[in-house]
Design a protein around this ligand. Structure first.
Ligand code: NAP
Ligand code: MG
Length: 500
């Protein structure tokens, strides 16, 4: 057994604790939740089921950390150094973290290594540079009566930040919040998804090892409707940063009005991927398959609505079907696997309902359309579903209108550009879009007409800590990453000094 594999087995061999106020412990109630392996349906280990009392202790620890000179008085350079140290530690433990994510979430270990762990390292690395660079301004104001003043702005931490994150990219979604929040000097209480808390708990060990003072980062595991809701409603939380479904985002925004906490939301999507007739079709066939089936389709930006120009529709669809049939489905821990199981039995059931619904509403299954069996006795209880392509679909169908969050593509043909734009924007979401063409003018014109926070031209599913990410319409509030996010983790103070 390799060293990372041995470390993962050791990690899974013990019931896990959660990390509050710099200490590892159980929930106050002692309640626990099992964490399952989606490839087998078997229990990997268990985690504390934190509730509102644990949330309260964690929020108090975070509040205290904001006043701890070891955090409050740390120089910007030294805060950056801690983030850099954390990036180093994640990198040093990359193989172990990737394997742990593959066990807990089900995703292929190569995806976990390149995307989940890779993104986490880049996030801490990128935001490590910001504490010493996010400057205020001096502002040439014109006060009444000719008063001479110096007016300047400073960016201060918002305070106690709650982060509630989903299960599709567990550790990296947590890091999307942690990195900018810590860079700006906040203290964080993080609630991972109950079915994928393990990598975040391992990350918390590395946060501890990096030397962040106690209480600066707290991880409360538990159910969303209990621990997550308690964070959203807590009167001493200054900001809540949420990634997840639009339905839960709405509840969080409502709960946040109690103390008018600052809210940022990254929500769902049903993204159009658009093929023009002059596109490089070989490239389109490969990339459009990956755009929707990457990470078992459990990606908020999944290119799940494909619009192919009628002139090339038959050729593109034939290529997509052929490529999709070759996708190797299996356990994520097997390096040969290209698509793992979906994350849970509940998610498997949801995807199954949409497959039935698509057929009932008249869509045609070109490939896939049901569970994958025959992977061997060990995996008989796993949550495997075949990558599925629906044709003969239109905008009256629920499989076209709703986010499935599984490996299901709906394909449509188009001829008129104005009609295409109307269809592409005919969705409550606005997270992302893809455009495939060799014509730069068409590409930029179309990019300008799609209501989405990210548009990829001749590529798909790229994100970077330096580039802003977020949604139009019901895909969210605010932007994450890049310098765009820094304002959402700071309060700007305007200071007036009378010089007369
Ligand atoms: P979800 O059900 O909304 O859960 C997200 C998080 O919220 C989990 O930690 C969950 O906890 C917690 N939660 C559940 N109910 C809550 C409540 N009443 N109050 C507070 N927190 C609560 O979403 P999901 O099914 O895990 O994730 C899939 C969704 O996330 C999709 O819609 C997808 O598009 C979206 N997503 C968006 C982005 C983006 O960047 N825009 C990225 C990834 C995913 P438990 O799981 O422990 O119950
Ligand atoms: Mg799990």
């Amino acid at each position: 057994m390799s060293q990372p594999a041995r470390r993962v087995q050791e990690f899974l061999a013990a019931p896990r604790s959660m990390f509050v106020a710099g200490r590892w412990g159980d929930a106050l109630s002692g309640a626990r939740l099992d964490s399952l392996d989606p490839a087998t349906g078997r229990v990997l280990t268990s985690i504390p089921a934190g509730d509102e009392h644990d949330v309260d202790v964690a929020v108090r620890a975070a509040r205290a950390a904001l006043d701890d000179p070891r955090w409050r008085d740390l120089s910007p350079m030294d805060r950056g150094r801690l983030l850099d140290r954390l990036a180093d530690l994640v990198e040093e433990n990359a193989d172990e973290l990737a394997l742990l994510e593959a066990y807990d979430n089900g995703k292929p270990v190569g995806v976990a290594r390149a995307v989940d762990v890779g993104t986490t390292v880049k996030l801490f690395r990128y935001f490590a540079g910001w504490p010493s660079k996010f400057e205020g301004s001096t502002i040439p104001v014109s006060p009444r009566g000719g008063l001479k003043v110096l007016n300047y702005t400073v960016h201060e931490p918002v305070g106690v930040v709650a982060a509630v994150v989903p299960w599709n990219f567990p550790m990296s979604m947590a890091s999307w919040k942690l990195a900018p929040a810590l860079a700006m000097g906040n203290a964080v209480v993080l609630k991972p998804a109950e079915i994928t808390s393990l990598s975040t708990l391992r990350l918390a060990e590395l946060i501890d090892e990096a030397g962040f003072p106690p209480g600066v980062v707290n991880v409360v595991t538990g159910r969303g409707a209990v621990a997550g809701a308690a964070l959203a409603a807590h009167d001493d939380v200054d900001k809540i940063a949420f990634t997840g479904s639009t339905a839960v985002g709405r509840q969080i925004a409502r709960a946040a009005t109690g103390n008018m906490k600052n809210v940022s939301l990254e929500l769902g999507g049903k993204s159009p991927n658009i093929v023009l007739p002059d596109a490089d079709l070989a490239e389109v066939i490969a990339a459009a398959t990956d755009a929707v089936f990457f990470n078992q389709g459990q990606v908020c930006t999944a290119g799940s609505r494909l619009y192919v120009h009628a002139d090339v529709y038959d050729e593109v669809m034939a290529g997509l079907v052929e490529r999709t049939r070759r996708i190797v489905v299996g356990p994520g821990t097997d390096p040969a696997t290209q698509m793992g199981p979906v994350v849970s039995a509940a998610q498997l059931a949801t995807v199954g309902e949409y497959l039935d619904l698509g057929r009932e509403q008249g869509a045609t299954v070109l490939t896939g359309g049901g569970p994958v069996t025959g992977l061997g006795e060990d995996y008989a209880g796993g949550y495997f579903v075949a990558p599925t392509i629906f044709a003969d679909t239109d905008h009256t169908m629920r499989v076209v209108r709703e986010e499935i969050f599984g490996p299901v593509l709906v394909a449509m043909r188009w001829t008129d550009t104005d009609e295409l734009v109307t269809l592409a924007n005919d969705t409550p979401y606005g997270l992302s879009a893809g455009i495939w063409t060799r014509n730069l003018t068409d590409a930029h014109r179309l990019a300008g007409r799609i209501k989405a926070g990210t548009v990829w031209i001749n590529c798909y599913n790229y994100t970077d800590p330096a580039s802003p990410f977020g949604g139009y319409k019901q895909s969210g509030w605010g932007r994450e990453m890049g310098h765009a996010v820094l304002g959402s983790y700071t309060e700007t103070k305007s200071v007036w000094v009378n010089l007369s």
